[in-house]
Design a protein around this ligand. Structure first.
Ligand SMILES: Nc1ncnc2c1ncn2[C@@H]1O[C@H](COP(=O)(O)OP(=O)(O)OP(=O)(O)O)[C@@H](O)[C@H]1O
Ligand SMILES: Nc1ncnc2c1ncn2[C@@H]1O[C@H](COP(=O)(O)OP(=O)(O)OP(=O)(O)O)[C@@H](O)[C@H]1O
Ligand SMILES: [Mg+2]
Ligand SMILES: [Mg+2]
Lengths: 256, 256
């Protein structure tokens, strides 16, 4: 199983949109996918059609209680091949609860390791912070995708995030690799997008994934129907681009 | 002095853009304004023309060390009437450092209270989380502005945030009032924006500010020049809307 964290402390760069739509695209191409919602906002849970409040047991329980297997909180979605470990506001209590625990950064990894090969991919949607929960996601993952909005502020935070990933690799998880930087909200008509793209490719070269996600209102509409873009509007640009991303990821191993 | 927190745990909804541009608009209308950057990303610091790494002392020092007055970390910006308490990545250490401290949620309030009337407004840019730092901002503030992107996910988190503000009001800061919900990234041509606007006004009525900020690429370009929109392009829609927001806020006290 390939475990991929989708992380960036910059808010609103497309982490949830990427997690939900990449998961659905991988499932559509025949992979068995587990999507883990690791954000107390519960947006990935909403994005695949569930109400976060309806769950009594979520990823929170599997992290804080070793006797609650991850499998017991997983639910099937109405999209073939796509399962979800949901989250809701209860997860915001995890941070302080796990801080004093032994090997607190490995709790998510330990619960994922017990899954026993039921899935080909596990995609983890992270919250916009470099918190202990996000650290858990990086320690649990073999690869990380970094969505970067093609705006100025988004570029500034990238160096800090890459340094953090380097520290995680040295201290906690030597096998963590950067699968790639995914440019999002790209608008070909604006200079800003082109400049940020050029700068990202100049600084980070091969780390930048070939697939670029354009700004497209259909991607913002799909969550209100509780559907990934492939179900909401399979002919849209967003659907094609996330399918292309799934193909790019399955075609090659991580870039470094 | 009116202390206004700009907060929302949803990432990318326009907190920094609002903090920087509202501060500059208030300064342009003759107010003495202190902008506090309470996000370790340091984006408000970048937005008014500084490099976060260039600071040895930031808001971090004023929060964790009672012997470092806030005034000693404040710098003048090149925009008349606008001062900045900068931030950088060092601030990300504050969360764990202040967790064990007595009255940890009041540390920012205590340092702001010693400012002795030099400013008419203090605007606090928060990071995208309901962390102890954001709690410090809510405890330190007399009012809070909640930017809400006119997208589906943004609406979902609003109820949770309003509950949190209610808890802060009951337990820590009885004078905290909601100045208003600011709709951002509004696109009149899309149904999504109109639907989210209608739903927000239906659920939250008078709490929704009259000023609405439209999506405008000039607002995203201005930070790359290190300037608020009023300096970058004073004739743009963004500049007019943030001036209107400043007028709306100075004309009336908080809505509730
Ligand atoms: N390519 C796109 N085009 C248009 N809208 C998009 C695109 N990608 C995401 N969105 C919308 O922009 C908003 C931000 O995206 P999203 O919530 O996925 O970001 P995020 O990084 O998960 O945010 P957070 O930091 O809060 O977790 C959402 O309302 C989403 O629907
Ligand atoms: N009205 C607008 N129109 C177009 N772009 C905007 C607008 N407001 C903000 N932006 C841009 O969108 C991005 C997100 O805005 P901003 O960084 O202010 O949000 P934030 O809530 O502070 O994000 P974070 O959660 O990371 O702190 C930035 O690149 C900003 O330049
Ligand atoms: Mg998200
Ligand atoms: Mg910000």
């Amino acid at each position: 199983m390939r475990t991929i964290a989708v992380a960036n402390q910059k808010g609103g760069c497309g982490k949830t949109t990427t997690s939900v739509n990449l998961s659905a695209a991988l499932a559509q191409s025949g992979k068995r996918v587990l999507l883990i919602d690791l954000d107390p906002q519960g947006h990935a849970t909403l994005g695949v059609g569930f109400e976060p409040e309806e769950f009594e047991k979520t990823i929170y329980n599997a992290i804080i209680d070793p006797l609650t297997p991850l499998e017991s909180v997983v639910v099937a979605t109405k999209f073939d091949g796509l399962s979800l470990a949901p989250s809701n506001v209860l997860l915001s209590g995890a941070e302080t609860e796990i801080t004093p625990r032994y090997a607190r950064e490995r709790l998510l990894r330990q619960t994922i390791e017990k899954l026993n090969g039921r899935y080909d991919f596990c995609i983890i949607d992270c919250s916009p912070s470099l918190s202990l929960l996000t650290l858990n996601a990086l320690v649990a993952s073999s690869e990380v995708i970094i969505p970067v909005q093609t705006h100025y502020y988004a570029l500034e935070g990238l160096k800090q995030l890459l340094e953090t990933i380097g520290v995680v690799r040295d201290r906690f998880n030597y096998s963590l690799r950067i699968l790639g930087i995914l440019l999002t909200f790209f608008e070909s008509r604006t200079l800003l997008s082109q400049e940020v793209r050029r700068e990202t490719e100049e600084h980070f070269g091969k780390l930048v994934l070939k697939t670029v996600i354009h700004r497209s209102i259909r991607l913002a509409e799909a969550p209100s129907a509780g559907e990934p873009i492939l179900a909401y509007d399979s002919k849209s640009i967003g659907a094609r681009e996330y399918m292309a991303l799934a193909q790019e990821i399955t075609a090659e191993e991580a870039v470094n």
